[in-house]
Design a protein around this ligand. Structure first.
Ligand code: ATP
Length: 314
């Protein structure tokens, strides 16, 4: 009999806690495995601890307790080997103003002990549409271009794992598109991607798995599709031919909501149940004399799920 063991995680985080010197506990016992080659989205509101978690894995912040290993290398005992496998695109713009794009990106590669390789730097700059800016000093670039440089720096040493901390906050559509194209290309080449974002639609579009973090606790980690199926509600929006002031009492038993202009009735149902109740609701609605001109069904987004999770008492 052939017994296959599950592939080892590329990052293994065990019982990680962080209490800052102020006494604030930013992380409470996080345990999380990141699978090789996946796109993992870490979702959470401001101050949830996302940057703290990323910063610990990247060796910028020291954990209070717990361990992290990157590709089998413990980040405390074997820091250089662990860090060399990681590229980090930070939130903050921190680049050397007087250097050229080419020099700053090439220098980043050297920091990780990699031999010079102009071909790699050229490919990274071309992928990020920075090639024609390669001789420009960083200080002469726009904010969006500087962000592209940050990504180029993170990719300069051909990391196996790429962290993107709030990568699209405040960037324009074009950069976002370029960024996701580059990320998908990296993923196709086996690079593991971990991103934090407030743009939940983006996590929904990009991620294979999603971790929801709030107040330093990981609430859940789920395959995105499973999460959507487990928690996804569907909604049916009925556009009424004549707006109404309030929902008729004959329909009071149904989970219906009326839009503020009285023109749209929204019916929310659980798509997991066999009986959605749509048919009886529509029959009862017809009996009240209400007519509708259009109807539209929609799947709840991760945003709805996320809000629902935060509201659910645990
Ligand atoms: N150096 C520090 N000293 C004390 N508290 C800190 C420090 N750095 C972060 N914190 C606190 O730890 C908590 C988590 O911060 P963190 O930056 O990890 O959150 P985040 O989820 O990345 O938030 P955001 O989405 O706003 O970036 C916050 O309450 C923050 O104020």
């Amino acid at each position: 009999m052939i017994v296959t063991s599950p592939p080892s995680p590329v990052i293994s985080i065990q019982n990680l806690t962080k209490t800052y010197s102020s006494g604030f506990q930013a992380l409470k016992s996080i345990t999380l495995d990141i699978r090789r080659g996946e796109i993992f989205a870490l979702l959470g509101p401001n101050g949830a601890g996302k940057t703290t978690l990323i910063s610990i894995v990247c060796g910028i912040v020291t954990p209070s307790t717990g361990t992290v290993s990157v590709d089998g290398h413990d980040i405390a005992r074997d820091y250089r080997a662990a860090r060399a496998r990681i590229g980090l695109v930070p939130q903050e713009l921190t680049t050397d103003a007087f250097e050229t794009v080419w020099d700053t990106v090439s220098f980043s590669r050297g920091l990780f002990g990699k031999a010079k390789n102009p071909k790699v730097i050229e490919r990274v700059l071309r992928d990020l549409h920075l090639w024609d800016k390669k001789d420009n000093k960083i200080m002469t670039l726009s904010g969006g271009m500087k962000r592209r440089v940050l990504i180029a720096k993170a990719l300069s040493h051909e990391p196996e794992i790429l962290f993107l901390d709030e990568p699209t906050a405040g960037v324009d559509v074009e950069l976002r598109r370029d960024m996701w194209r580059v990320v998908r290309g990296l993923c196709d080449n086996g690079v593991t991607i971990i991103l934090t974002t407030h743009y939940i639609e983006e996590a929904e579009e990009m991620a294979d798995r999603v971790g929801v973090i709030t107040k330093g606790e990981l609430l859940l980690v789920e395959d995105k599709a499973v999460l959507m199926q487990k928690l996804g509600k569907k909604q049916l929006a009925l556009k009424l031919s004549t707006p109404i002031d309030r929902i008729p009492t004959a329909l009071a038993e149904y989970p219906l909501a009326l839009s503020s202009d009285g023109a749209i009735l929204t019916y929310t149902y659980d798509k997991q149940t066999e009986r959605t109740g749509i048919d009886t609701m529509l029959n009862d609605l017809g009996r009240t004399g209400l007519r509708f001109t259009d109807l539209e069904s929609q799947q709840s987004s991760l945003e709805d799920i996320f809000v629902g999770l935060l509201e659910t008492p645990r």
